[in-house]
Design a binder for this molecule. Structure first.
Ligand code: ATP
Ligand code: MG
Length: 278
């Protein structure tokens, strides 16, 4: 297949078998489609094949059978995988893999080596660190940054060559829940601003809820797919099913001062809740 499709990623009957004696189907006939500009999460128990799938999508590993298409290209047919990875895919891992003796800025410059001149690398690293909110930490070493900040450097590094796709394996795994939420918010912002497609492996349902769609894996297969509304829609659903939501719709609110909402805000909420009733 040649040329661009609507899908940024497509897998066809993707299977990965490990082991010589006892065969382990790390991936078992996986068919997924990921649209351009999606923010997708993958969940599932330990050992269900999430990292294996991510590695296949990023051409870090070779399938036993089946195919992976990224940006319309059959990954197996790509001769220079290093160039493909540098240009098309950014990676963020749970262990951020920053080089400890290099500053934040130098770490972000690494993927640009060989693709851009020194001045351009330097400028872009600064731009990206500003983009992730670390404009005042350019010269800090990883050891001088918090876990959340280090993960932000890893995100900036993943974006270095402006890839259409970023793959993140448990990017919030080492962060507390507030830092984790902030990181996913950052990915959302980058997704909106730059149209970058994100595929995020996570164990955390709160992280998955922040994405547009969740694929759930078990035993090497995709066993469920959930569409998720925008966070606002999710909040609205909660409101609709709450006693308060019902009272707003039924004009039974008489304690506005306790709600911290103006009567105008209540009116707007009522309209939105009514429009969202299914
Ligand atoms: N290099 C390997 N050699 C042999 N078996 C492997 C290898 N890598 C993974 N596996 C096996 O493949 C299966 C899927 O592993 P994978 O790392 O994809 O799981 P995961 O869903 O990412 O799990 P976790 O949530 O624990 O990270 C597991 O049963 C694992 O033991
Ligand atoms: Mg894993």
């Amino acid at each position: 297949m040649n040329g661009k499709t609507d899908w940024l990623i497509e897998t066809k009957n993707l299977t990965k078998i490990y082991g010589d004696g006892v065969e382990i189907y790390a991936l078992n006939d996986v068919n997924i489609h990921v649209g351009r500009g999606e923010l997708l999460s993958i969940m599932g128990p330990s050992g269900s094949g999430k990292s294996t799938l991510l590695n296949m999508l990023g051409a870090l590993d070779i399938p036993t059978t089946g195919q992976v298409f990224v940006d319309g290209q059959d990954v197996a047919e790509i001769k220079n995988k290093d160039i493909f990875r540098a240009k098309t895919v950014g990676f963020v891992f749970q262990m951020h893999n920053l080089l400890p003796t290099m500053t934040a800025r130098e770490n972000v410059e690494i993927p640009m080596m060989g693709h851009a001149g020194a001045k351009e690398r330097h400028e872009r690293a600064k731009y990206l660190l500003e983009l992730v909110g670390l404009g005042d930490r350019l010269k800090h070493l990883p050891s001088q940054l918090s876990g959340g900040q280090r993960q932000r450097v890893a995100v900036a590094r993943a974006l270095a060559n402006n890839p259409p796709l970023v793959l993140a394996d448990e990017p919030t795994g080492n962060l507390d829940s507030a830092a984790g939420r902030a990181l996913i918010e950052l990915l959302h912002e980058l997704n909106h601003k730059q149209g970058t497609t994100f595929v995020i492996v996570t164990h955390d349902p709160a992280v998955a809820r922040q994405t547009n769609r969740v694929l759930v894996m078990a035993d090497g297969k995709i066993v469920r797919e959930d569409m998720i509304g925008s966070p606002i829609e999710e909040d609205l659903k909660m409101w609709q099913h709450s006693g308060l939501g019902r009272r707003i719709v039924n004009d039974e609110i008489d304690d506005l001062e306790n709600l911290n909402l103006s009567s105008k805000q209540v009116k707007t909420l009522k309209e939105v809740l009514q429009n969202n009733q299914h």
